[in-house]
Design a protein around this ligand. Structure first.
Ligand code: 5CA
Length: 437
């Protein structure tokens, strides 16, 4: 993308309404614009990050055997009356009436809807297990929307649902998703710690939250310092061998991490004092096992192996896709701006033309741009070098390709790595190879 042809409205001043760094940087880098409290428009670079995150989620869900679907944002109140949650949900639910005065709502989550779809579609235990997910906008009328996309009212969520014929199979689905989540966050270039959690309004018996460690996190967390090293994360198992997944699950859930000091599996007091860490975290995902809660309430049953009717066992699995854009920034930035992990960056590289209009620098920049295509943002503004440096640091591209008239004369490009600040003088070919590696 050429910067002169793009809508990237960067801001120099610090926006007064933004209390935390990710919100400030997302506004300053021109990624989002607020439309109402907790409701944002996503501008080109913001949307690219949102899509990159969603696509990592998709790839790992597919590997774990989940199927993608898309359900509507608007749901009927009657559906939620079936589960009893219409009244229970409270003021967080945005309730709407259509022209026929029918009660509708903007979905905060989709357990009911998918249970109803499965009820209409699946008759036998032989058609189970099934794992389905969508990535869709949700609405929760939060009392205090704040911190930009971290706590919005409208937000983008991956919500997945598992349907199993029995308890053992449901537990296997839950463990598989635990693994998928660890692999997903790892691919995004962030460390998310799984914590034993309460189930809240979703209900159920077993739940884990996934937190990115960041001092600005909303939750206080207690964890074993083993999570800071976690060498085993580099050897996460695949999905083929259930016994390997069980070993992984036991290992990860036996290491202490929780949002309080009482964990029902093992106790904080049992963690050696030197390994106890207290900090803050941003919840970027939560998984739930809740058995027959919805299938019983909504009358979804299948024929079991002995011919009798059984209610399938369910779990649900959320990832805060829009929250992750902010959470990753909270975990990865410096005074100059965002430092995107390569996997989610809006562009792999920025090309900074320090002498726009000079035939030699223009030519070298155009050649770099031709080599990188959509992976690059070409800063072709007739602006000062200082402004280009500042904006590139602010936007956080993993690489900067800096082209000035002196280097251009000998075909040299300066390549800067945003994360480390390392710089090297390279030929066009070598610079492109490094950026694309
Ligand atoms: N039905 C379940 C699983 S699909 C569910 O809704 N779980 S949840 O309530 O924990 O939400 C899933 C994830 O969405 C959370 O972990 C969080 O990362 C994200 N999320 C929840 N509320 C908000 C919000 N107000 N703003 C941004 N992200 C949110």
């Amino acid at each position: 993308m050429r910067l002169t042809r793009s809508l990237i409205p960067t801001i120099k001043e610090t926006p007064a309404e933004a209390q935390i760094v990710s919100h400030r940087l997302m506004l300053r880098a021109g990624m989002i614009r607020q439309q109402s409290a907790g409701i944002y428009a996503w501008l080109p670079t913001g949307l690219r990050v949102l899509h990159n995150i969603a696509n990592i989620v998709r790839a790992e869900q597919a590997r774990a055997g989940a199927q993608e679907i898309l359900m509507p944002t608007i749901q009927s109140a009657d559906l939620w009356r079936e589960s009893g949650r219409y009244d229970a949900y409270g003021p967080e639910m945005l309730r709407i009436r259509d022209r026929h005065d029918r009660e509708m709502l903007y979905g905060p989550t989709n357990e009911e809807m998918l249970t109803a779809i499965m009820r209409d579609s699946v008759q036998s235990y032989r058609d189970l297990p099934q794992m389905l997910y969508q990535i869709q906008w949700k609405f929760r009328d939060e009392v205090r929307p704040r911190f930009g996309v971290l706590r919005g009212r409208e937000f983008y969520m991956k919500d997945g649902y598992s349907f199993d014929p029995d308890y053992a199979s449901a537990v296997a689905s839950y463990r598989r998703m635990m693994l998928a989540y660890m692999r997903t966050f790892q691919r995004m270039g962030v460390r998310a710690v799984p914590m034993r959690a309460d189930t809240g309004p979703i209900g159920g018996d077993l739940s884990h939250e996934f937190h990115i460690l960041a001092p600005t996190g909303e939750s206080g967390i207690f964890y074993d310092s083993d999570f800071e090293h976690m060498d085993w994360i580099h050897s996460l198992p695949g999905y083929d061998d259930p016994s390997e997944i069980d070993i992984f699950y036991d290992q990860i859930t036996q290491t202490y991490a929780a949002t309080d000091e009482k964990h029902d599996l093992n106790s904080w007091a049992d963690v050696p004092e030197l390994r106890r860490r207290e900090g803050r975290g941003i919840e970027v995902g939560q998984i739930f096992y809740f058995g027959k809660k919805y299938t019983e309430a909504m009358g979804f049953s299948v024929t079991g192996p002995d011919g009798s009717k059984i209610h399938p066992e369910m779990g649900s699995y959320g990832i805060g896709v829009s929250r992750l854009t902010g959470a990753i920034i909270e975990a990865s930035h410096d005074d100059a701006g965002i430092i995107w992990p390569d996997a989610v960056a809006p562009f792999r590289a920025a090309i900074l033309n320090l002498r726009q209009g000079d035939a030699t620098t223009d030519k070298l920049c155009e050649d770099l741009y031709a080599g990188l295509g959509d992976a690059a943002l070409y800063d072709d503004r007739p602006a000062r070098a200082g402004e280009k440096f500042a904006d590139a640091d602010l936007m956080g591209h993993p690489w900067q390709l800096i082209v000035g008239p002196r280097g251009a004369a000998t075909g040299q490009v300066e390549l800067k790595r945003r994360r480390t600040g390392e710089r090297a003088e390279l030929s066009l070919t070598d610079a492109l190879a490094k950026v694309l590696a």
